[in-house]
Design a protein around this ligand. Structure first.
Ligand SMILES: Cc1cc2nc3c(=O)[nH]c(=O)nc-3n(C[C@H](O)[C@H](O)[C@H](O)COP(=O)(O)O)c2cc1C
Length: 150
């Protein structure tokens, strides 16, 4: 079983923390999206795509990477960090993955510290996230995918 986790994490490294915790839990390779441009996805049984949420969506470089990848029948999962820990802003990426006939096995999100714009004045929101509880949830999420699907 070969898994790779690709992340975009430009604000505080919140999503990188989640990606690293996931990779540790299931012994997956982990790469930033800029390092993943020439990846041959056919070599992998499972691919995770994660990003901070920036203006209601995934980072543009990550979206471009997904749009240009051959993911037909590939098992994939999606994750993010954001202000509220909601998966609601995953929709655009999930739509692209569906249009490429990828097999979406899961969708995970947790809170990530945000000091963008006026939030900076109050020390940010979702401070100290992702925390240990968030990282454990991320690990459980990927272990569960592997236990049930691979
Ligand atoms: C430019 C910018 C735009 C953001 N837009 C949103 C947003 O639309 N919704 C949201 O919930 N969080 C938003 N956030 C908060 C980030 O999603 C959150 O801090 C995330 O954990 C950042 O992940 P990173 O540290 O891996 O980059 C934004 C942050 C930045 C810097």
């Amino acid at each position: 079983m070969k898994t790779i986790i690709i992340y975009s994490s430009y604000h505080h490294g919140n999503t990188k923390k989640v990606a690293l915790a996931m990779s540790e839990a299931i012994n997956a390779e982990v790469l930033e999206e800029v390092q993943a441009k020439s990846i041959d996805f056919s070599k992998y049984d499972l691919i995770g795509f994660g990003s901070g949420i920036y203006a209601f969506g995934f980072n543009k470089k990550m979206v471009d990477l997904i749009e240009n990848a051959n993911l037909k029948d590939k098992k994939v999962f999606v994750f993010s960090t954001n202000d509220s820990g909601s998966t609601k802003n995953h929709k655009a990426v999930l739509d692209i993955l569906n249009s490429k006939d990828a097999k979406i096995l899961g969708n995970f999100s947790c809170k990530g510290w945000d000091t963008f714009g006026p939030f900076k004045l109050i020390g940010g929101v979702s401070k100290n996230h992702p925390d240990e509880v968030d990282l454990k949830a991320a690990k459980d999420f990927v272990k569960n995918i592997c236990d049930n699907n691979l």
